[in-house]
Design a protein. Structure first.
Length: 71
């Protein structure tokens, strides 16, 4: 009696479930990457303290203490 068929019945479902889970996680990570890229390129009006004018700045360039106008 060989153990090959017996081990296959344990390993094959495990490999299948793990590979499907890995593909789902990779897809979720890719979609999160795309959303982050989109949000980091969104522009906000930043108040210039010296002239009271607003200039558009990408959200990835925002720094602590900047005054942004939200509508």
């Amino acid at each position: 009696m060989t153990c090959e068929g017996f081990m296959f019945t344990y390993i094959a479902p495990l490999v299948f479930v793990l590979s499907v889970t890995m593909m789902k996680e990779a897809y979720d990570d890719f979609m999160r990457y795309k959303r982050d890229k989109e949000l980091n390129n969104f522009e906000y009006p930043i108040m210039d303290l010296f002239s009271d004018n607003y200039q558009m700045t990408k959200s990835e360039d925002l720094k602590v203490g900047m005054i942004i106008k939200l509508t």
